[in-house]
Design a binder for this molecule. Structure first.
Ligand code: NDP
Ligand code: MG
Ligand code: MG
Length: 329
């Protein structure tokens, strides 16, 4: 059974009077910092000059270098891009960590794959809101919270869970519910989900459907609507009530086609491949490849990003979205 935590399990005193340094002010950084501040906690920001530094100041935060912010902090939440965390940690965070401080993460990659090896005198905690940063902020402002995960890797002070739950309440997560997990489980499931289903799997499904229609002579604009635009409407239904509610809402024609064709697209071979992908996440192959790609200047990553942007689906979609005034730029 999973252990879930809610507001009633929180002892705010664990963080009161303490200083939380949020390192990074991007998607997660800005939302977690603002939510924590609005929850009454003392938040400072650690950054490098330029970029989001100015935004953090405009939003009313006191901003320091990463080293200075760390030196003052009881809780250091690392919200830098995963591939940069090791370098910044080694150069600016570890040398300045207070004895008995808590090192926080929102994704387990660097701890699980041994890229960051914290000293024994600090707590190591993960609080990960299960949603993109902008949603984490918006939902909090509306009075609710995005659900979250909590994990304790190292409990030097004996208070790691208490501090973690107070932090989770500060970002709004305990309003919805926080599930206890481990760094390993969060890291491996997060990577698998984004590769096989959410990002990799879905992008390729959309592209293959679009290409099939266009290659058969149908208009790219129609193919875009059918294979990408309408996906949101279907996913919204799944989100509200699972597959059953989606199938209740669509026509019987669509439901019949769902059952007769879906498992010809995602079939036993697909699952064999999914298991291989999971294996490469579990044995560190994916992590090693990603780390090496970053260390060698990202040649393959950059080329692929450019190629993907040039796909007809993207150019057609860009024109069509110009007509959709309700979609924010
Ligand atoms: P972003 O890329 O949005 O933000 C990165 C921030 O780090 C920016 O403020 C950037 O500042 C700063 N930064 C980059 N390099 C340095 C440096 N050398 N020194 C100081 N500051 C630096 O990151 P995300 O919010 O997407 O990701 C942060 C963490 O949260 C990751 O561990 C990620 O896995 C996790 N996470 C992210 C989610 C999301 O919604 N995006 C969801 C759940 C977890 P600058 O403007 O100067 O570049
Ligand atoms: Mg992820
Ligand atoms: Mg249809």
């Amino acid at each position: 059974m999973v252990t879930m935590y809610y507001e009633k399990d929180v002892n705010r005193a664990a963080l009161e009077g303490k200083t939380i340094a949020v390192i990074g002010y991007g998607s997660q950084g800005h939302s977690q910092a603002q939510n924590l501040r609005d929850s009454g906690f003392n938040v400072i920001i650690g950054l490098r000059k330029g970029g989001s530094w100015n935004q953090a100041e405009e939003d009313g935060f006191t901003v320091y270098s990463v080293a200075e912010a760390t030196a003052q902090a009881d809780v250091v939440q690392i919200l830098l891009p995963d591939e940069l965390q090791r370098k910044v940690y080694e150069e600016e965070i570890e040398p300045n960590l207070k004895d008995g401080a808590a090192l926080f993460f929102s994704h387990g990659f660097n701890i699980h794959y041994g890229q960051i090896q914290p000293p024994a005198n600090v707590d190591v905690v993960m609080v990960a809101p299960k949603g993109p940063g902008h949603l984490v902020r918006r939902v909090y402002v509306e009075g609710f919270g995005v659900p979250g995960l909590i994990a304790i890797e190292q409990n030097a002070t004996g208070k790691a869970m208490e501090i973690g739950l107070a932090y989770a309440s500060g970002v709004g997560a305990t309003r919805a519910g926080v599930i206890e997990t481990t760094f390993r489980e969060e890291t491996e499931t997060d990577l698998f989900g984004e590769q096989a289903v959410l990002c990799g799997g879905t992008s390729e499904l959309v592209k293959a459907g679009f290409e099939t229609l266009v290659e058969a002579g149908y208009k790219p604009e129609i193919a875009y609507f059918e294979c990408l635009h309408e996906l949101k409407l279907i996913v919204d239904l799944m989100y509200e009530g699972g597959l059953d509610y989606m199938r209740y809402s669509i026509s019987d024609t669509a439901e019949y086609g769902d059952y007769s064709s879906g498992n010809r697209i995602i079939n036993d071979d697909t699952k064999v491949e999914m298991k291989k992908i999971l294996g490469e996440i579990q044995d560190g192959t994916f992590a090693r490849n990603f780390i090496l790609e970053n260390q060698s200047g990202r040649a393959g990553f950059t080329a692929r990003r450019r190629l993907e942007k040039e796909h007809q689906l993207e150019t057609v979609g860009k024109q069509l979205r110009e007509m959709m005034a309700w979609i924010k730029k």
